[in-house]
Design a protein around this ligand. Structure first.
Ligand SMILES: Nc1ncnc2c1ncn2[C@@H]1O[C@H](COP(=O)(O)OP(=O)(O)O)[C@@H](O)[C@H]1O
Ligand SMILES: [Mg+2]
Length: 494
């Protein structure tokens, strides 16, 4: 009994515990002598004395029972248990009670339930999104026709009364178009032009507009992390998010209050990602919108992201604000979480994946070894403009004179003109038209002393298949640092 996996009590008349094993002591945090001075009702956390009495009576009559309940530990915390009881008619009659701590099982069940709920929620949003997207798409097309013809007829309309009618049609159609647009955003069908940006800039730019929207009774604060990671987003979409969240915060703070926009770099720990299995571990930029408003109750919370769900009176809310935000966040592979306390306020947390740019990894190092500075003229041939620009910037920084061309054909032309002063060819290998390797051959026939450095995103093995078989030809794999580029060139030109 002592070493049993289950806790054990021997319970006498009036619920007094007169026997207990070590396992239950561990479970409850009491020692043996403490437990032997207690009664069942001192440990039972769910049932009241009357219920316990009724249960005991039943067991005395019927023999045994098995049920789930919860017990209170010495430190006051409560843990779930499964109890099985047998009536033993020994001495004055007593109950043998076996108690199993089922915290682990309960936790598993709870996690399972949460996952199921999340899945169901995601599926619901998916279905509603597809429906809304389809409707909005058709609507948009029809509204284009309505607006187009209204405009045409308006131009030819002479009668004032008719003109007023047309203007009313136009206004209604424009309003409908706005709604259709929000629905398109929700269903992630909005056409967007994302770019790599600093979210802090966008928020700062929107500050004026937001504070006007909030009115004078609400204090707007920005709390922006100084070195925020880049994100790949359409700035117009961030504006949409901020405005919608701000409008909601305003409506939740009818007597004034405080709204704070915060940005942070976020990496999360294993606990965070365990609790939010839908979020892939990685680097995020976190945008939080916090208000000191009335908060959101649990019933409302389940629906806030659904299109057309609103708790506001007719004419005040469309129920499209958070649906739009949700759609935008999802369209950009982000996540949104909400926490709220009634009467205290609400925090929306939006996680955008940090943008990891391949070219950004060709970073310009802060500490640069001055012995790597060099002199000479370099012809850079690279068909990708941003990369070309970056290489030129790097080379000029370390002292070289640079000529550039975006194609091999142009490079040949420049070389014919400037071949006397060009010391080094830095060329991409795979390019449209003549490739880098053939270019080198052509230029070498014009100037045998010319040195070459090939750069490529493909590893050497792939280059070999392109004809770069001479392993002695210097080669640099993209992405590279300024230091490695400088070093390589120093080596070639020495
Ligand atoms: N900051 C907030 N504080 C309290 N409730 C909010 C907040 N943001 C949204 N809600 C709730 O979510 C609902 C849906 O919001 P939304 O989609 O923007 O539609 P609308 O603002 O038109 O009602 C609101 O009606 C409101 O009940
Ligand atoms: Mg709203």
């Amino acid at each position: 009994m002592e070493t049993s996996m289950d806790g054990f009590w021997g319970v006498g008349s009036e619920g007094k515990i007169n026997e207990v094993n070590e396992t239950y002591c561990k479970m409850s945090g009491y020692n043996k002598s403490e437990l032997l001075s207690l009664k069942v009702m001192n440990l039972e956390a769910l049932e009241c004395p009357e219920e316990i009495a009724a249960r005991v009576k039943k067991i005395f009559a019927g023999g045994d029972d098995r049920f789930e309940s919860a017990h209170r530990r010495k430190d006051g915390t409560i843990f779930p248990v499964e109890v099985s009881i047998q009536y033993r008619k020994i001495r004055d009659g007593r109950l043998a009670v076996f108690i199993r701590d089922i915290s682990g099982r309960k936790k598993g069940e709870e996690e399972n339930r949460k996952l199921q709920e999340q899945l169901a929620q995601a599926q619901k949003m998916e279905v509603v999104g597809r429906l809304a997207g389809g409707v909005a798409h058709d609507f948009n097309n029809m509204l284009s026709i309505i607006l187009g013809y209204t405009e045409l007829i308006k131009d030819e309309c002479k009668e004032e009364e008719q003109l007023n009618g047309l203007l009313a049609i136009e206004k209604a159609a424009l309003h409908s178009r706005d709604i259709a647009r929000q629905l398109l955003a929700f269903s992630r069908k909005q056409l967007i032009t994302p770019k790599v940006l600093d979210i802090n800039h966008v928020i700062s730019d929107a500050q004026k507009m937001v504070s006007r929207l909030m009115g004078e009774d609400i204090l707007l604060e920005l709390n922006l992390a100084p070195h925020i990671g880049p994100v790949m987003l359409d700035p117009a979409q961030i504006d949409q998010i901020i405005l919608n969240l701000a409008a909601n915060a305003r409506d939740a703070m009818t007597n004034g209050g405080r709204m704070i926009f915060t940005t942070k770099n976020f990496q999360g720990d294993s606990t965070f990602f365990m609790e939010h299995p839908e979020i892939t571990p990685g680097k995020y930029v976190l945008l939080q919108a916090e208000d000191s408003g009335m908060g959101i109750d649990a019933g409302t919370m389940k629906h806030i992201f659904e299109p057309f769900f609103t708790t506001k009176e007719v004419g005040k809310g469309t129920g499209l604000g958070l649906a739009t935000v949700y759609g935008i966040v999802k369209q950009n592979n982000g996540h949104i979480l909400v926490s709220s306390e009634l009467g205290k306020g609400t925090i929306f947390s939006i996680y955008f994946p940090q943008h990891i740019d391949e070219q950004a990894t060709i970073f310009i190092e802060k500490k640069f070894n001055p012995t790597l500075f060099g002199q000479g003229t370099i012809l850079v041939v690279e068909d990708e403009q941003p990369l070309r620009k970056l290489i030129v910037t790097m080379l000029e920084k370390i002292g070289y004179t640079v000529l550039t061309s975006s194609s091999t054909e142009e490079a040949i032309e420049i070389f014919s003109r400037e071949k006397n002063q060009i010391d080094l060819l830095v060329s991409d290998v795979v390019m449209p038209g003549i490739n880098g390797i053939d270019l080198q051959k052509i230029l070498l026939s014009k100037k045998p002393a010319l040195k070459t450095l090939f750069i490529s995103g493909f590893p050497v093995e792939v280059m070999a298949s392109k004809g770069l078989t001479d392993a002695t030809i210097p080669f640099l794999l993209k992405p590279f640092t300024m230091a490695s580029l400088a070093e390589k060139i120093k080596e070639i030109l020495k």
